[in-house]
Design a binder for this molecule. Structure first.
Ligand code: SAM
Ligand code: SF4
Length: 324
């Protein structure tokens, strides 16, 4: 469907849980009281939303968390989502700690792609940044993804004073493995506000100095706003997602569904529509579909992350409660 600004909205990120088994510094450094189970959308309710969204043309879904693989029966849910007649594509974003054991099942259901978040290749830095000694399990998953043939991307957030020096190690992953490695600029949401990140403008010159024979990639890879370059001899590409310095709102194609049923229109704003209330009050499908359509139509023009003010309409949830 198109929104008020003529943007095609065809992609939904679905957070199926706010719980996570890591404690990443910029996302969920401490325990956050989890949303009680009864307030989390049941899988049938999420599938109901996805079917109606599919009828409006939103047919690509990214399943996220917290950590999606900590929710019981996540694979079964992915299978049902993939099987909806209105679904074109289902991908998963995960921290990779629990992934390797599920890969055969994910391959069987025809999952279209996996994003693994990894910010360092140094075991000690990993533990410092995620609060847990799980580095080797993430690497095992990346290697297992290679064997499975599922399209895999690595997402990395670089922070000044923490893992800036891991940049070239992470780039190297795209040389030895068939993975795109994307550098995501930290966004001032939740705990992310406390850190200084690195943008494309800072990283690209460093990269080009070392790899002067780079080739810009003009084709669109994936559903997101990443821009890519190819380095000769590499198996995958290097991407940059610059939400702050490279504002891409004019081509934004997405909405988000939180685990407790809020349909969020933009990462920056807390507003949206609470679908859980509609679903649980027995509202007929045509009314829910119209509510979805009218809400999405009014998707905000652009984010305001450059503003220092955090009050007003700005999002107060933590990133683990939104899903990235
Ligand atoms: N647990 C899964 C994972 O880590 O991939 C899925 C949820 S996590 C919130 C999704 C992505 O959001 C991760 O790649 C994480 O690095 C990123 N993220 C978390 N907080 C962020 C922030 N403040 N700015 C930019 N990216 C952030
Ligand atoms: Fe968990 Fe992902 Fe947030 Fe890390 S980034 S705390 S893995 S939800």
């Amino acid at each position: 469907m198109k929104d008020l600004h003529g943007r095609t909205i065809d992609y939904m990120r679905i957070s199926i849980t706010d719980r996570c088994n890591l404690r990443c510094k910029y996302c969920m450094p401490d325990d956050i009281a989890p949303i009680p189970h009864e307030k989390i959308l049941r899988y049938e309710e999420i599938l109901h939303v996805c079917r109606l969204a599919g009828e409006l043309g939103i047919r690509k879904f990214k399943v996220t968390g917290g950590e999606p693989l900590v929710r019981k029966d996540c694979i079964k849910f992915l299978k049902y989502l993939k099987g909806l007649p209105t679904t074109d594509q289902v991908t998963l974003t995960t921290n990779g700690t629990l992934l390797s054991e599920y890969l055969p099942a994910l391959k069987d259901i025809g999952l279209d792609g996996i994003n693994i978040s990894l910010d360092t290749l140094n075991e000690a830095t990993f533990e410092r940044m995620t609060g847990r000694p799980e580095f080797s399990r993430v690497m095992e998953s990346i290697i297992a993804c290679q064997a499975s043939g599922i399209r895999t991307k690595i997402n990395s957030v670089l922070l000044k004073g923490y893992n800036k020096n891991d940049f070239f190690d992470l780039v190297h992953l795209a040389e030895i493995y068939q993975v795109d490695v994307r550098f995501i600029e930290i966004m001032p949401i939740g705990y992310g506000r406390q850190y200084k990140g690195l943008s494309r403008q800072e990283l690209l010159p460093m990269l080009l100095k070392k790899y002067p024979d780079y080739v810009p990639v003009l084709e669109h890879r994936g559903n997101g706003p990443a821009t890519y370059i190819y380095l000769p001899g590499f198996k995958g590409c290097i991407g940059f997602i610059d939400a702050i310095h490279g504002k891409f709102c004019s081509t934004c194609n997405r909405v988000r569904l939180t685990a407790d049923g809020l349909l969020k229109l933009c990462l920056y704003y807390q507003n949206g529509i609470n679908l859980k209330h509609l679903l649980r009050s027995g509202c007929p499908d045509d009314i829910i579909r119209t509510a979805l359509e009218q809400t999405i139509f009014r998707k905000p023009t652009e984010h305001q992350f450059h503003l220092a003010a955090l009050e007003g309409p700005a999002e107060q949830r933590k990133m683990s409660q939104i899903g990235g």
